[in-house]
Design a protein around this ligand. Structure first.
Ligand code: BG6
Length: 474
């Protein structure tokens, strides 16, 4: 696959995401030979991290720390193409000059005819408050021309700010240029939801309310918000995780057959789910905050910011009517997992006594080594008609040893370079998801405290009938 020469501009290049995901992601793509032949990376931000060489050293050290079995030749080649240029929302002229110079160099070094054939990828990893002014700057300086803009979540902080951000974006670029990133959609297992369902006669006919009793989307994390307190104080778990990652997962689980994996079809199907998604109800939403959160200097002493959310909602359409969707995520919990569970109804047959045959659960593990399990019941070998429980298990890493798995950010960066938008979020989806969470932002459930290392407040444990799959055994 041959990609046009690219200039990648990374706002937030000295931040946490760049260090943990973006530079390692570029490294892995370089190692896999998936970056364009010719490219330059320009980090940008308000504060200079020093000279270009100092910035390169810093990125290089970061790679040494984050990447296992680093190939130094690949890392050196990547780092040699990196530079830094300060900019802010009021003044992007130096950056525009730096980009123009980089483009001219790329034209000289490649076989394209002119700078118009060089693509720009502008990655905005900046907080919501900084996003809109930056977009204005990109328009004024012309940096947005020929650019694909990658926008990090959360997209605005509520319905109103998201609409205003969207209007600002539309002033500057066409929707085709916008890549709203939600990295959960880059996780292998998310796409695997579609593969499992639409490629298997066992699952697709059963993928609705007649067979499925409830759905759980469970993303507990063991990490605290340590180091990101000020971000959390202004964002909270509802915006950080629910209206984005968990709802996007729900969209993939619940969509109608898109017919193709093309962007319009998949995004239309997902958007239709969000239209039917019932706005959150305070009575069925639990907010939690872990003990010790307020001890940090960057947190208000009486902060009622939630570090945990669990809720039940519904997709009010023919396929899913009355099927509860339970969502849970939080920091400082007992386990770090990302699990989607579809609980199937107990068959009506009374052969094993009413209800005693139990229900099947299809569980999709969204880790980097994706796993699928199905709980089943079978007959215990022997003279009596007794049941035992067993698990059918699919370990994708073992079954496809020659696969080349890409980490979520890598996959999505590659998609931006290719101009593939299927796994990115459209503005109508974002808009609707703000509408969905708005009721509990306006009238917040009381925040309940929970012990670090627990499964969150008691009230959350009781949300799904029969409990959560994770943590069920104590
Ligand atoms: C980020 C959130 O988008 O996703 C974090 O801001 C969260 O709070 C992270 O920890 C989880 O991502 P992953 O890929 O580690 O599951």
């Amino acid at each position: 696959e041959s990609l046009a020469p690219h200039v990648l501009v990374l706002f937030g290049a000295t931040g946490d995401l760049a260090a943990r995901k973006l530079f390692p992601g570029l490294y892995h793509l370089a190692e896999a030979g998936r970056l364009p032949q010719e490219y330059a990376v320009i980090g940008s931000g308000r504060h200079s991290p020093g000279t270009d060489d100092e910035f390169r050293d810093r990125v290089r050290k970061g790679l040494d720390e984050t990447v296992e079995d680093l190939d130094s030749a690949v890392a050196d080649q990547l780092v040699a193409r990196i530079s830094f240029c300060t900019s802010d929302a009021d003044d992007g002229s130096d950056l525009a000059d730096a980009v123009a110079a980089a483009e001219e160099r790329l034209v000289r070094d490649s076989d394209v005819d002119g700078v118009d054939d060089v693509r720009r990828l502008v990655y905005l990893s900046v907080p919501p408050s900084a996003m809109q002014p930056m977009i204005g700057m990109l328009g004024e300086t012309g940096l947005a021309d020929r650019a694909r803009l990658v926008i990090e979540k959360p997209f605005g902080t509520d319905l109103e700010s998201s609409r205003s951000l969207d209007a600002a974006l539309k002033d500057v670029v066409d929707e085709e240029q916008v890549f709203r990133i939600d990295h959960f959609l880059g996780k292998e297992a998310v796409q695997n939801i579609l593969a499992l369902r639409f490629a298997n006669g066992l699952f697709e006919p059963a993928w609705d309310r007649s067979s499925i009793e409830s759905v759980q989307i469970d993303v507990p994390e063991t990490l605290t918000v340590e180091g990101r307190e000020s971000f959390y104080e202004s964002t909270g778990c509802l915006r950080d995780m629910i209206s984005t990652h968990l709802c996007q997962l729900l969209g993939f689980v619940a969509l109608e057959d898109p017919g193709t994996f093309e962007e319009a079809a998949v995004r239309d199907a997902k958007s239709a789910v969000f239209q039917a998604l019932r706005p959150l109800d305070k009575e069925r939403t639990v907010f939690g905050q872990y003990d010790g959160y307020r001890d940090s200097d960057d947190v208000a002493e009486d902060s009622d910011v939630e570090t945990f959310v669990a809720l039940t909602t519904y997709v009010d359409n023919d396929r899913w009517r009355d099927v509860p969707f339970h969502l849970r995520t939080g920091k400082a919990l007992a386990d770090g997992r990302r699990l989607i569970t579809l609980r199937f109804r107990t068959p009506e047959s009374t052969i094993f006594g009413n209800g005693d045959s139990g229900c099947n659960e299809l569980a999709l593990e969204l880790t980097d080594d994706p796993r699928v399990t199905v709980d089943v019941r079978a007959k215990r070998p022997g003279p009596d008609m007794d049941l035992i429980e067993g698990t059918l298990r699919l370990d994708l890493a073992d079954d496809a040893p020659d696969a080349e798995p890409l980490e979520a950010y890598e996959r999505l960066l590659l998609d931006v370079l290719r101009g593939e938008r299927t796994l990115f979020t459209r503005s109508d989806e974002v808009d609707r998801l703000w509408e969905v969470v708005q009721p509990v932002m306006e009238d917040r459930p009381e925040v309940q405290s929970y012990a670090q290392g627990s499964w969150g407040p008691q009230a959350a444990l009781d949300l799904p009938e029969g409990g959560w799959r994770l943590g069920r055994d104590g």
